[in-house]
Design a protein around this ligand. Sequence first.
Ligand code: CNA
Length: 440
Amino acid sequence: MSLDNNKSENKYCKCIHKNVNYNKVNITLYDNEKITLVNCELCQEGTKQLNLNNAVICLCGSMFCIDHIKQHSKDNVDQHNVVAYFGRDHNDRFHCLKCENNVQIVDKDIVDINDLIDAYEMFYNTSLPRQLDQSNRVILDQVNVDGIVKYIQSGQCKNIVVLTGAGVSVASGIPDYRSPKTGLYNNLQQFKLPYPEAICDIDYIKIHPELFYTLAKGIFPGQFKPTPVHYFIKLLSDKGLLLRDYTQNIDTLERIAGVPESKLVEAHGSFNGAYCTVCQHRYSDISIIKQHIDSSTIPYCTVGECIGKSSLLLPNIVFYGDSLPPIFNRCLLQDFGVNNNTTPKCDLLIVIGTSLKVNPIASMINFAQHVPRLLINNEAVGCPSTHPSDYTVVSNGFNFNNQQQYNDVHISDDCQKAVKDLIEKLNWTNEFNNLINKSI
Ligand code: CNA
């Protein structure tokens, strides 16, 4: 990702101690999965690789390890003194090397710093504090469900982004992860896992594939039907109001409900194909896995040098430790205007049935802080955490108490019921019922 901007006259940040302004020059971030492991530009031939905790970006656009950034700044006195620390240990991200103090971002109109922060958050799966850009804000008449309904009916709201999680599919019979008692994490005793998340950890699965495949049998697509929430999203699409449906679910129920592929981002992948974990060969037909799931055996790769070896096949699901599919970042840029100067397209964010505990999806709600955000979940989630070890919760997360600053509305209820109530308030019940009747 290049965050270049030629408006060099902009003074975009300031060292509060020396009262020095710094100009924007090229900032280039590395935009592929390997961003957490790039070579220090001064250490030759990649002898020193940067990772999350030792990478520093000089705001001239170079990326160095901590050992070299100071020399770099001495070589470029007066210009190259502000750095952004990427390591999680650094609470104050922007730092002046001249006076060894923190740097305050002073110009709220300059989007470049936010771009840097956006990129940081997207690629490092965490969040940074940023300033709320008031200029593009949509203000609800009433910060409640009626205000949201009025906004949708006003015609001003044309590009709704929906973000869903496992809670929307619970009514179809697929348990979520984290609900107390019924969630999968509370019902994994049979697997004797070292920790519940191991069932989704790519490294653990490679060693114990039988555990994952036992679980996969129970949630394999074909056994479940979409819920009213899935049809609500389809209805938004039919009405031309759906900009995008980001789902964390792997159950393909959005597809079955008819949400068009162009509107759908399956951020954690789905059972729509498979790949070899050794040679990376892609199988477009999931039946290679289905046969094994049915016979409770483990699927292995059947091509090239892997033939006859135990090269594990897995469905196209994003496991912990995997990168998200490129479509996620692409759509994020289009929908939220991250990394360009345009007004973000998204004009309403609706988050349904997710604990917002998994990044970078959880940080998505940051990008919509300028527009109304509606959370439909049986518990409040996505609110900034005070717990220092909680990296998933976002700095500009939901704030249901500060209506002056935020347009955040929470419907704390069963999501299926809440969505039906919303549809009724919108006077869409007949169309909604027709849609469901057609699909049965
Ligand atoms: P989660 O962490 O289990 O959170 C679910 C959230 O939904 C919780 O806050 C629940 O309280 C809430 N919830 C559950 N039922 C309802 C309901 N009826 N009405 C309102 N709220 C409800 O799941 P997330 O999606 O946040 O976590 C992301 C993981 C879950 C992704 O990686 C998924 O792949 C994974 N997952 C997917 C499925 C699926 O595809 N259906 C099932 C289980 C887990």
